[in-house]
Design a protein around this ligand. Structure first.
Ligand SMILES: Cc1ncc(COP(=O)(O)O)c(C=O)c1O
Length: 470
């Protein structure tokens, strides 16, 4: 598949575009190529020019001074707003959402923020995904399309519904599901597609929504890491049939645990609310046209969580803008380091939620330094980092689940026998070996923090032969 990088880090997939979009993207790519040819520096954007600090010195791993000793910003950020929110719930003595109004206030605020007609707050992101699948009646015998590059919860909910996971390989440039491969994985048994907007980046929703609508398969967006991310100006999580969010402690919007479902479909909203709250009816949504069943649960949020979320939301936009500006500054520097390839953004992604800053590491321009050693060296320079996920589709527990009595009862032997070959994801296997992640809190500090990250990587590259030998 052809793609064209642009000066803002976006790429465009030729197979996912209208001719008009394609043409504009091509012009953008040409402009970058032209700039490089005449030696013009990358557009520094609104942040001013890139500052390059010294790239030499003994690596900290070999006894030198680290690039930085200061910690990156703390998380979560709190002040009197959180105190007030929690104390209001505490002293109001209505800690259950059925008697209080804080959860409802949060739902209204989050629906308004995202442009969705309905928001149903849940105990966590897993509950939001599980509720979505249950409300869509995805169950035993159904197949669910998902990426292998995601947090395990995306898969767990498929198994909880006794559905069959069908993994579709990753697009290594963006780390997202390769949308162009989804249609080939659909069958008449497919019950849902779950694109995961990993790290706040957006999946190619043009392609995903087009194929899903054509084949009449619902889309459950896993936007658990994608608060405030956007696709063509629409908030991630508000484009599919439902969109699911996590407000777990590490997330950009955080209440320790928490989650939410977005949908603009009244009937689906009623089914989601009913499933997550023992078939109760939320007055403003009303009842579903389908009869209620006994398959419901309690997956409710508490008033305390909702209070924290309302307080945390007051900083959301500003924090997100800081992350975006820092990410842009970091990408401009990292793009110039051979062997470092920051994750690209599809042309339709108008905003990246930046829960993670992701890149691919190629050892070759680093004297063959293995990724594990690169990560160690980076940590030693004072830059926290991780190698990210391992391939989900080949985890031993996946096969073990398919060998359980329930799965053997539900699925014909041939379907289970063919499953492994059908869900191979060789591109993702490689991506998992190359990935490097920085957490969202690292993007919340001053721009000089980005200079430190880039300086640490340049320093490691300069000393890579020594590091590789040691
Ligand atoms: C991509 C993704 N999906 C689902 C979840 C599940 O959310 P939670 O931990 O709130 O249940 C998470 C959270 O970590 C996630 O990152």
């Amino acid at each position: 598949m052809e793609e064209a990088p642009r000066d803002d880090g976006r790429i465009v997939r030729e197979d996912a575009m209208s001719p008009e979009v394609s043409r504009r993207a091509f012009i953008g790519a040409g402009a970058v190529a032209g700039a490089a040819a005449v030696g013009r520096p990358l557009d520094p954007g609104p942040l001013g020019p890139v500052v390059r600090t010294a790239a030499s010195g003994t690596p900290a791993l070999l006894g030198g001074d680290p690039v930085r000793t200061d910690p990156f910003p703390d998380w979560p950020v709190i002040d009197a707003r959180e105190d007030e929110a929690l104390l209001e719930v505490l002293h109001g003595r209505r800690w259950y959402r059925g008697s209080g109004d804080v959860a409802r206030r949060f739902e209204d605020a989050y629906a308004a923020l995202t442009g969705a007609r309905y928001c149903i707050a849940t105990a966590n992101g897993t509950s939001a995904l599980l509720t979505s699948l249950a409300a869509l009646d995805v169950g035993p015998g159904d197949e669910v399309i998902l990426p292998p590059y995601t947090f395990v919860a995306t898969l767990n909910v498929v198994f909880l519904q006794h559905a069959l996971p069908v993994f579709v390989d990753s697009d290594p440039k963006t780390f997202m599901i390769d949308a162009g491969k989804i249609e080939g994985a659909l069958t008449d048994r497919t019950g849902a597609v779950i694109p995961v907007h990993l790290g706040g980046n957006a999946c190619d929703l043009d392609t995903i929504m087009a194929v899903s609508r054509r084949r009449k398969v619902p889309v459950v967006e896993d936007a658990c890491q994608a608060v405030l991310g956007e696709w063509r100006g629409r908030k991630l999580g508000s484009v599919g049939d439902t969109g699911c969010f996590s407000f777990q402690a590490s997330k950009n919007l955080n209440s320790g645990e928490g989650g939410a479902i977005l949908t603009s479909d009244q009937d689906l909203a009623a089914r989601c609310h009913g499933f997550h709250d023992h078939a109760r009816v939320r007055r403003d949504i009303g009842t579903s046209s389908r009869p209620s069943t006994g398959r419901t649960a309690n997956l409710r949020i508490t008033e305390f969580q909702a209070g924290l979320l309302l307080a945390q939301m007051t900083r959301l936009e500003e924090q997100s803008r800081t992350r975006e500006e820092n990410a842009r500054h970091l990408t401009a520097q990292l793009d110039e380091i051979p062997g470092i390839r920051p994750a690209r953004i599809y042309e339709g992604c108008t905003r990246n939620g930046y829960h993670l800053y992701m890149l691919r590491y190629d050892p070759e321009p680093f004297a063959g330094l293995p990724r594990a050693r690169f990560l160690e060296a980076l940590e030693a320079e004072g830059v926290p980092c991780s190698g990210g996920y391992t391939p989900l589709n080949t985890e031993p527990f996946v096969k073990a689940t398919l060998e359980t009595r329930a799965y053997r009862k539900i699925y014909p032997p041939q379907i289970l026998a063919d499953w492994e070959e059908r869900t191979r994801c060789p591109v993702n296997d490689r991506l998992c070996e190359e990935a490097v992640w920085f957490g969202q809190t690292m993007l919340l500090g001053p721009r000089s923090d980005m200079d430190d990250i880039a300086a640490a990587i340049r320093k490691i590259r300069a000393a890579a032969p020594d590091l590789a030998r040691a």
